[in-house]
Design a protein around this ligand. Structure first.
Ligand code: FAD
Length: 503
């Protein structure tokens, strides 16, 4: 009998038959994440319901030399949850309890499979929230958020996931259950394993439960959408907001191409005037979604007056109610989905010190422009998007991101992503190969530039598989050696999420 069959027979001592499957379509589904560029291949999927079951599974896997890939909502964009080599996927999705909300301690206890948005919905009627928030919150799980130290749209005010986790229950490959930091606010008793696990992308231990820290819900959230002449104006607007508005909670930017594709994908009308203000002026090239907490209407009117008077923006609106606020957020949160829809997309998620953003943007924008060319018609219509035409490639570059955190997403949309069987109807494999080769060449330039800016090759999406080759641009050889040392302490046989993070 093959080892995997022996393993699946063995786990029946503690799992019900409804808690595992080796069915091929289920395996293909659970072995893939949102990055959708790696070929999935898993041997089986397990659905434990308790920490004790996770412990038994890992102990048996370790004894039999079976590799395990921890899996949450699979919304990751770096291939961290992808099983490519016949590993067993450990889906935490059934461990989704949310309980023990404590308003004095401002904490809540959750299972690793609890959906991010469900935690918000559980807490918010009590006037508190877990302030980790982003577009994929309806599908991502708290275990995945912790494993990737997720950022999101309110990092500017609240910081990353790391700031909002008080204690962790986690299981190492030897099956030992650890309770890291309990529920203690203060605990200076040596190394903090909780913080070490946050952001380790499932390579050190499997997170099964967590005690999360909560914040009071803001009394009000004012949401603005602005049209700016160009990216340097966006940074001027950010400087204004940073110095004048103490409760700034989000400052997100999208270029014209992002706004246009989102409007077209969701069939939305323009939120602001997108045309030129005079015949000889250019139309706005960059747009900002800004959110401010707990501000009075008078304060908002005063800021708006100053923003318009000083010419920081070409047009702007402020949401008048919650529905309008949600609608304005949709222009920003719908960007990734709109670009990804039906196309091969090469993604970058980089960060540089906020003080050097304008300099960095103009440097890399020029390089992407050179690599992918610019259609002359784009210039006529004042479109900032970059569309390559001269070598048959049909690629379009989009810039957007959490500008307030120095974090820029660069998505290069390639040929239509059609199933292999239907290639004669659309993309050919040579088109796809040409697109990927061009993207990889530009990546190297981007990483070299990032190094000179002391930037990060992965601001919030993690390293996973897709950014593994770039780790050394942001981490020194000595740091990578320390990482390897830690990995061998936690997982000496290298069976937990093998091939992820470390080159
Ligand atoms: C439209 C869209 C928008 C996004 N916006 C943002 C954003 O603004 N900010 C941001 O940070 N990210 C963003 N992401 C990326 C992604 O949603 C986050 O990284 C999220 O935290 C992943 O959670 P998940 O449950 O889907 O994890 P998965 O994709 O399932 O897994 C991610 C990694 O965590 C590991 N893992 C999962 N569960 C566990 C566990 N219980 N124990 C140990 N390891 C585990 C996996 O092995 C993998 O390495 C976005 C993604 C999409 C599709």
């Amino acid at each position: 009998m093959k080892t995997i069959d022996t393993f699946l027979t063995g786990i029946q001592a503690f799992l019900k038959t409804s808690q595992f499957t080796a069915e091929s379509s289920e395996c293909a589904h659970y072995a893939q994440d949102w990055s959708n560029v790696l070929t999935p291949h898993a041997s089986a999927i397990l659905f434990p319901e308790t920490t004790e079951e996770v412990s038994c599974i890992l102990k048996m896997a370790s004894e039999m030399g079976i590799s395990i890939v921890p899996s949450g909502g699979r919304t990751g964009l770096s291939g961290g949850a992808v099983a490519q080599n016949g590993e067993v996927v450990l889906s935490l999705s059934r461990m989704n309890f949310i309980k023990d909300l404590h308003l004095g301690a401002l904490t809540v206890r959750v299972g690793a499979g609890a959906i991010t948005q469900a935690i918000h919905e559980f807490c918010e009627p009590s006037g508190v929230t877990w302030p980790v928030d982003f577009a994929s919150k309806g599908s991502s799980c708290v275990g995945g958020n912790i494993a990737t130290n997720a950022g999101g749209v309110r990092v500017l005010r609240y910081g990353n996931t790391r700031n909002w986790v008080l204690g962790l229950t986690a299981v190492t490959m030897d099956g030992v259950i650890h309770h890291f930091n309990g529920e203690l606010e203060k605990n200076n008793t040596g190394f903090d394993f909780r913080q070490l696990l946050i952001g380790s992308e499932g390579t050190l231990a499997v997170v099964t439960e967590a005690t999360l820290k909560l914040a009071p819900l803001p009394r009000t959230r004012a949401v603005f959408f602005f049209a700016c002449a160009d990216f340097s104006r966006v940074i001027d607007l950010f400087s204004f907001a940073r110095t004048k508005i103490s409760s700034l909670s989000a400052f997100e930017c999208l270029d014209r191409a992002c706004l246009e594709i989102t409007m077209s994908h969701f069939n939305l009308k323009a939120p602001v005037n997108m045309g030129a203000t005079s015949p000889d002026a250019l139309a706005p090239q960059a747009f900002v979604l800004m959110e401010v907490e707990n501000a009075s209407l008078d304060e908002c009117s005063e800021w708006l007056g100053e923003i318009f008077e000083t010419g920081l923006v070409m047009d702007g609106v402020m949401a008048q109610n919650d529905r309008e606020a949600r609608e304005l957020w949709h222009y920003r949160e719908g960007v990734a989905e709109s670009i990804l829809s039906g196309h091969d997309v090469h993604q970058e998620d980089v960060s540089v010190p906020v003080a050097r953003l304008t300099e960095f943007y103009s440097e890399i924008h020029a390089r992407y422009e050179m690599a992918f060319g610019m259609k002359s018609s784009d210039k006529n219509t004042n479109t900032n998007s970059i569309t390559q035409t001269h070598s048959g490639l049909n690629a379009k570059v989009f810039f957007f991101g959490h500008i307030g955190d120095g974090n820029l997403h660069i998505f290069i949309q390639g040929p239509a992503n059609v199933p292999e069987a239907a290639h004669h109807l659309g993309t050919t494999s040579s088109e796809r190969a040409g697109f990927l080769a061009r993207c990889k060449a530009v990546d190297l330039e981007l990483f070299e530039v990032l190094k000179t800016f002391n930037g990060s090759v992965s601001a919030e999406h993690g390293i996973g598989v897709l950014k593994r080759h770039a780790l050394h641009f942001s981490r020194s050889p000595a740091e990578i050696a320390l990482m390897r040392g830690l990995k061998s302490v936690f997982d000496p046989k290298g069976l937990l999420n093998p091939g992820k993070v470390l080159p």
